[in-house]
Design a protein around this ligand. Structure first.
Ligand code: ADP
Ligand code: MG
Length: 262
């Protein structure tokens, strides 16, 4: 029998091959006037290398809180987060985040915004420039290195946000409603580009965790979808997207498979 089930106090063994494990995390925010607000209750989550996982749930269900806990930016009230089997006590080194609101610095160029991701890691200037240019090219913004965010469309700004996250080659890319601020077509373009890079093995990350409100989007992008309940937040359902994955629908092999059936 699983030791975790028989002894609730035992530290669970690491899941083999897991990149990140969230173990029994609980998060309560202190409220001056009221009782503490329990946002996450007993959340378990395992992320493996090679997968894109979606997180669906109502506003206020604790999705962003969970991302902050996974990244180590927020220490949960109780529970633990393991990265490759090791508990983390502070910001996880292998993580990068993309925000709904892009979170760019308006007074910095595209190049400088992207290089910021590396500055905190003490990468030398020449190397920073080279790697930032690679990330900018990868995400389709080659030629815009010297532009300022206000000169760019929303979709291009989010590409800068992505380049800044990808430039560090993070193990885990966290995306918190990355397309919510974009119009439908712009969102679809960016999503399609991301799926293509991932399918071709050109996205320099091992795994992706994406928060989205869009069910179709999560089916198109993700291998697994976790559905969050609210009050307090919990993983209520887990859905696996079956093979052949719709992510590969433009792939000739996928087309051949579909043609055999229909
Ligand atoms: P979601 O991303 O699913 O919309 P959040 O994790 O942002 O949910 O927030 C969950 C709940 O926790 C909300 O009710 C929010 O108001 C509250 N909350 C989030 N951050 C804080 C904080 N730093 N202090 C107090 N309450 C917070
Ligand atoms: Mg949120």
């Amino acid at each position: 029998m699983d030791a975790r089930l028989s002894d609730p106090l035992a530290t669970p063994a690491a899941v083999p091959g897991a990149l990140v494990e969230v173990r029994r995390c609980r998060q309560a925010y202190h409220k001056e006037s009221n009782a503490d607000l329990v946002v996450l209750d007993d959340v378990d989550l395992t992320l493996r290398a090679g997968e894109i996982v979606g997180l669906l749930g109502r506003s206020g269900s604790g999705k962003s809180t969970l991302l902050r806990i996974v990244s180590g930016l927020l220490r949960p009230t109780s529970g633990e987060v393991l990265w490759e089997g090791q508990p983390i006590r502070g910001p996880a080194p292998g993580v990068a985040m993309v925000f709904q609101s892009f979170a760019l610095f308006p007074w910095l160029t595209v190049q400088a915004n992207v290089e910021l991701g590396l500055e905190a890691k003490g990468v030398a200037r020449a190397e920073r420039e080279k790697r930032a240019e690679e990330a900018i090219d990868l995400i389709g913004l080659g030629g815009y290195e010297n532009a300022y965010p206000k000169e760019l469309s929303g979709g291009m700004r989010q590409r800068v946000g992505l380049a800044r996250a990808l430039v560090v080659h993070p193990d885990l890319l966290l995306m918190d409603e990355p397309f919510s601020a974009l119009d439908v077509l712009t969102a679809e373009n960016l999503r399609t580009d991301l799926i293509e890079l991932w399918s071709e093995g050109r996205l320099p990350v091992k795994a992706v965790l994406i928060v989205t409100h869009n069910i179709e989007e999560s089916v198109l992008m993700c291998d697994r979808i976790l559905v969050f309940s609210s009050n307090p937040g919990r993983v209520a359902h887990e859905l696996a997207v079956p093979f052949p994955h719709p992510r590969n629908r433009h792939d000739p092999a996928f087309r051949a498979f579909v043609d055999r059936i229909y």
